[in-house]
Design a protein around this ligand. Structure first.
Ligand code: NDP
Length: 321
């Protein structure tokens, strides 16, 4: 079969479309024919080596497809079932083997491309608004990169929870998408200082929580916007890892957390609950999963260039055929 392989870390050029052996399932595994792989920022961290993965490897944690073979001990799924996953490296491939317990069933009302598009970024938005900081009516939150994959979903879930949503975006076109997702205040951070804009609208130290997937370029300024006892959820590094701070910088009794999806779907129960909520909201048209780009998997290099070049909006899915 064909897959993307990385034999050395580096830029997008290290993503090679190549022949690899067909996978066979271990006793607890299934082999899935991949219908769509989701592109996520973490794939770029794996590619560059910011997050270390033993070489060589096939990247990609997220996808959806149809079960093609079962391991000897697998009893709760069958060949032909449609499933999705979000935490198993090796998805940039025509087929992959993964633990049956990592997969979730895709319900009839959700197609496989949409399922691949929502799993990782959707469950991230889910845990951020329900558990990292439990948003409710009257809360004010700031979502950085509001037109991105996580951003558009996070805005929608924050509005479902009743919060007032501030968001930052890089272009006018992205501003329109973020507003369409329900953001109350959309800030074009290239034109103005985003912190000044938040303060002009809401006053000094007015936010209950900042959800920051951008990191270096916004982290420090964002801290100053939080209410006493507010929560800084720094969950990503799109602009690079945030610079170190002193504990004294948290002196207004702030809480700083660096959450990771994998700790919020560590149990099968959490995985099924979060993915099940998302699929139900999609089937009811309460959650819009915007696929901004569909790119052949063989052109994963171009997809990474676009993501890192801030040219994407919403989700990018990679299609093996
Ligand atoms: P996005 O689709 O949001 O793409 C990143 C966006 O970040 C860009 O489109 C851009 O939007 C903005 N950005 C700001 N500065 C830069 C920069 N210097 N270089 C590139 N982009 C920049 O990506 P994802 O939705 O996949 O991920 C968003 C963040 O969430 C990432 O940091 C990712 O690692 C993190 N994440 C963390 C998880 C966790 O559990 N900890 C799980 C999932 C994602 P604009 O043009 O508007 O500035």
């Amino acid at each position: 079969m064909k897959a993307i392989q990385i034999t050395q870390t580096g830029g997008p050029e290290v993503l090679e479309w190549t022949d690899v052996p067909d996978p066979t399932p271990g006793p607890d595994e299934v082999v899935v024919e991949v219908a769509a792989a989701g592109l996520n920022y973490i794939d770029t961290y794996h590619r560059t080596g910011l997050y270390s993965v033993p070489l060589p490897f096939t990247p990609g944690l997220e996808g959806a497809g149809t079960i093609a073979a079962l391991g000897s001990d697998v009893t709760d799924v069958a060949v032909g079932d449609t499933v999705a996953w979000s935490a198993d490296i090796g998805t940039y491939a025509e087929h992959m083997a993964l633990p049956a317990a990592s997969t979730v069933p895709v319900p009839a009302g959700v197609d496989l491309e949409q399922a691949a598009a929502v799993m990782l970024q959707g469950m991230t938005a889910h845990y951020l608004v329900t558990d990292t900081f439990t948003l409710a009516e009257g809360h004010r939150c700031l979502v950085h990169a509001g037109a991105g994959g996580v951003g558009l979903l996070l805005i929608q879930l924050a509005k479902m929870a009743g919060a007032e949503v501030f968001t930052t975006v890089g272009t006018q076109a992205k501003a329109e998408l973020a507003a369409g997702a329900g953001a109350d205040h959309v800030i074009l951070y290239r034109d103005v200082d985003f912190g000044d804009s938040v303060e002009e609208i809401a006053g000094e130290r007015a936010l209950d929580v900042v959800y920051d997937g951008v990191g270096k370029s916004v982290f420090r300024r964002s801290l100053d916007l939080l209410k006493p006892r507010g929560v800084m959820a720094t969950f990503g590094n799109a602009s690079g890892p945030a610079d170190p701070i002193s504990p004294l910088d948290l002196a207004p009794s702030l809480y700083l957390t660096r959450p990771s999806l994998f700790h919020y779907i560590a149990t099968r129960e959490d995985l099924l609950r979060r993915s099940g909520d998302l699929f139900a909201w999609m089937a009811d048209d309460r959650l819009d999963v915007r696929v901004g780009e569909r790119i052949p998997l063989a052109e994963a290099r171009r997809a990474h260039e676009m993501l890192e070049g801030r040219q994407t909006t919403g989700k990018v899915v990679l299609l093996p055929s």
